[in-house]
Design a protein around this ligand. Structure first.
Ligand SMILES: Nc1ncnc2c1ncn2[C@@H]1O[C@H](COP(=O)(O)OP(=O)(O)O)[C@@H](O)[C@H]1O
Ligand SMILES: [Mg+2]
Length: 337
């Protein structure tokens, strides 16, 4: 398959996505700026409800009612602003230009057709000329992920385990040779060891094909190994974003510190690992003014109640926090897994 080895950049600017609720439209993603540098893998972490999936859907202009993108843009090199795409143009973009695995995608396969038949449907719907090459590529990807590719293509959904379906989803995200790939918790149905292996394979394919990739994951430890950059989300904001080793090695935002402290493997001390106190906010409980994290923050100031911190460059990354930095308490270890 012909490959154009220049990865596109992605620039998300002022992105706001609201969901219509009984209390009106409330933002799940609020004024997010995030740049994915060409050729990088960006990991996105944050507790459940922080807006990660909504952000991922926005990158394909795929937010469904009761949600809508109410402001902002997602500029992809060679594609323009995805938020403005409509109809046929948008359909052609999804899958072919921007590959994706949405959360719980393992349940979105057609139960009646074999994986191979669905692959051919996908190829035809995107006018792939060489369907044989497409099948070969699919088999190869499945093989790399530890499966018998030919057999999987002959199978129907119910014949595959959750972990196998997830790997089929990853294959679908990569097989059309899209240059931008969005993966929303692509490995949660797999055990920890297999998750790490699959993330490593995603890294390999990413490098070979010169992709720009966004990976949402719960496994901060595994993402540390494969991502270049890390974006930490909370309450619909990106609160910290920068090179993964720096963000995890010396987190600046109190929320990032809390997240890392909750993971023994990262804090490097089983005795010290402790869960973040409190609960993540929901759309209805998100504070309307000030910092969205202030109620759970160990070091919040008076200012945090009234003024929302603006993301600013510091310590080689972007941080949205009123506390002066760089922070003096780096986590102990520099090694993550
Ligand atoms: N279809 C929907 N209708 C109403 N609220 C939604 C919908 N989808 C997501 N939300 C809310 O938006 C917020 C962000 O959700 P989501 O993007 O799924 O976060 P994450 O992927 O980080 O868990 C949550 O508070 C969630 O309850
Ligand atoms: Mg999600």
């Amino acid at each position: 398959m012909e490959r154009h080895l220049t990865a596109p950049g992605v620039r998300i600017r002022g992105l706001t996505v609201v969901y219509n609720t009984p209390s009106g439209e409330l933002p799940a993603v609020s004024g997010v700026d995030l740049t994915l540098a060409p050729g990088t893998i960006t990991g996105v972490v944050g507790e459940s409800g922080s807006g990660k999936s909504t952000l991922a859907l926005s990158m394909l202009n795929a937010v469904q009612p009761p949600g809508r993108i109410s402001a902002g843009s997602v500029e992809i090199d060679g594609l323009g602003d995805v938020v403005r795409l409509r109809g046929e143009e948008l359909r052609r973009t999804r899958g072919r230009k921007v590959g994706y695995v949405f959360q719980a995608a393992q349940n979105s396969l057609n139960p009646l057709k074999t994986i191979g038949a669905q692959l051919l449907d996908l190829g035809r719907s995107h006018d792939v000329g060489d369907l044989r090459a497409l099948v070969r590529d699919a088999r190869e990807l499945l093989g790399r992920m530890g499966m018998d590719g030919a057999r999987v293509l002959d199978s129907r959904q119910h014949e595959l385990s959750g972990g196998m379906r997830q790997r089929v989803g990853i294959m679908f995200a990569l097989v059309l040779d899209a240059r931008v790939v969005v993966l929303d918790e692509p490995t949660t149905a797999l055990d920890m060891i297999t998750q790490a292996t699959i993330l490593r394979i995603i890294r390999e394919v990413h490098d070979e094909r010169a992709l720009t990739t966004l990976v949402i994951t719960h496994d901060v430890g595994a993402v540390a190994e494969v991502a270049d950059d890390l974006a930490v989300m909370y309450g619909g904001r990106v609160v910290e974003h920068g090179p993964v080793a720096e963000v995890l090695g010396a987190p600046e935002h109190p929320y990032t510190r809390g997240l890392i402290r909750a993971i023994p493997r990262l804090s490097g001390d089983l005795g010290l690992a402790r869960a973040l106190p409190g609960r993540p906010p929901t759309l209805g409980t998100l504070p309307a003014a000030g910092c969205v994290f202030r109620e759970r923050c160990e070091s919040s100031l008076d200012l945090c109640r009234t003024a929302e911190p603006v993301p600013a460059a510091r310590a080689g990354r972007t941080v949205a926090c009123h506390l002066p930095g760089p922070h003096a308490v780096p986590v102990k270890r520099k090694e993550y897994a």
